[in-house]
Design a protein around this ligand. Structure first.
Ligand SMILES: NC(=O)c1ccc[n+]([C@@H]2O[C@H](COP(=O)([O-])OP(=O)(O)OC[C@H]3O[C@@H](n4cnc5c(N)ncnc54)[C@H](OP(=O)(O)O)[C@@H]3O)[C@@H](O)[C@H]2O)c1
Length: 333
């Protein structure tokens, strides 16, 4: 079928393109052409989705039957997609758990049909909620919104898991939160991508919480896998939360994937019953970590994400030295 990927040249979208080609679709991507090109065999359509004229001009009579939308970040982008693509049979939209006004920290129950943000500011969660409503109303049946949690895997430019892999691969004493039993859930971009293509094909409707199953791992379990796949001699130096915070360590940013205990308790406890019923897979975490490391070793961190408007993930060297200086050798594990 004619399948349009809105996005497709960066991370999740790139895997969507691969999955759609594997399943024999006639695939087009629509991007500005800033992040590179899709693989051979894909129609590379160009334009800015914030411009109402760009998508109809780029399609130029090529009428998509299915859409997977990985790139919606503005209200204008949502309105323009709603106007141009209301006739498609299946539209799989990538939203975020942030579409729920109470997350993080949650708790989140089973999927609500409606996202819960209804404000008109241009923050990430309210924009995703607006996009779900706007495109959903235009497409009707066959509109599925995947409220994604943490996405991991090869080509991840955000460098959260990537930072841990890099740091742990260098070995030695590594500052880690002492809350190593904190739960974590993540979805592999390749699992989500293939499932999104299938969801569009099947014309699935409604909302799913698109992340890994509760209890799939812990922060400590994930870091142990990083140590294993990098073959590192790293030793954990566990630091209590109060000490991390008082030293100026920013949760999620300086120590990626770590959240303060009161947030972590519910933020990672996301009900994915509907996603599981609809077949969203969850490959072994060891595979995601190993493949991410294999990709990172060969390619290094993609250059363009350094321009992204988000704080640089990872513990600054001076903060690491300060924390390590405070910790006695006998606390190393
Ligand atoms: N990473 C996570 O953990 C996480 C968690 C929850 C939800 N999400 C959501 O998951 C999605 C994944 O994004 P991704 O970066 O992996 O997707 P992607 O489709 O691989 O990359 C983003 C694409 O958007 C295109 N693009 C950006 N601005 C555009 C514009 N104004 N007009 C047309 N195209 C534009 C980029 O190409 P050009 O630059 O060439 O235009 C690129 O191809 C996002 O919607 C994100 O909100 C991510």
């Amino acid at each position: 079928m004619r399948l349009l990927v809105l996005g497709g040249t960066h991370f999740l979208g790139r895997h969507v393109v691969t999955a759609a080609l594997d399943r024999g679709h006639d695939v087009a991507t629509f991007t500005r052409g800033v992040s590179g090109d899709p693989p051979d065999g894909v129609r590379a359509l160009h334009g800015d989705r914030d411009d109402p004229a760009a998508l109809p001009a780029a399609l130029d009579g090529w009428a998509p039957e299915l859409v997977v939308d990985t790139s919606c970040q503005t209200r204008a982008a949502a309105e323009n997609a709603a106007a141009a693509l209301s006739e498609v049979r299946g539209y799989a939209f990538v939203s975020s758990l942030n579409a729920y006004a109470n997350w993080p920290p949650g708790p989140l129950g089973p999927e609500d049909a409606e996202p819960t943000w209804s404000t008109d500011d241009d923050e990430y969660g309210p924009v995703k909620a607006f996009a779900e409503r706007t495109i959903g109303a235009a497409v009707g049946d066959g509109f599925l919104t995947a409220r994604a949690g943490l996405i991991i895997g090869p080509h991840d430019p955000i460098h959260r898991l990537g930072w841990w892999l890099d740091r742990i691969s260098r070995g030695g004493r590594v500052v880690v939160p002492d809350a190593l039993d904190q739960p974590i859930a993540a979805v592999d971009a390749r699992d989500l991508a293939a499932w999104l293509v299938g969801a569009a094909e099947r014309g699935l409707s409604g909302a799913v919480n698109a992340t890994g199953p509760v209890g799939m791992t812990t922060l400590g379990g994930l870091l142990d896998l990083c140590r294993e796949v990098t073959g590192s001699d790293a030793e954990w130096v566990p630091v209590p939360e109060e000490e991390l915070l008082s030293a100026g360590v920013e949760p999620w940013v300086h120590l990626p994937l770590w959240l303060p205990a009161d947030v972590a308790r519910t933020a990672w406890d996301v009900d994915t019953t509907r996603a599981r019923e609809l077949g969203l897979p969850s490959r072994p975490l060891a595979e995601s970590v190993a493949d991410t490391w294999a990709w990172l070793r060969v390619n290094g961190r993609p250059p363009m994400q350094k321009l992204a408007h988000r704080p640089e993930p990872g513990l600054p060297a001076e903060l690491e030295a300060k924390l390590l200086g405070r910790i006695a050798d006998d606390q190393v594990t």
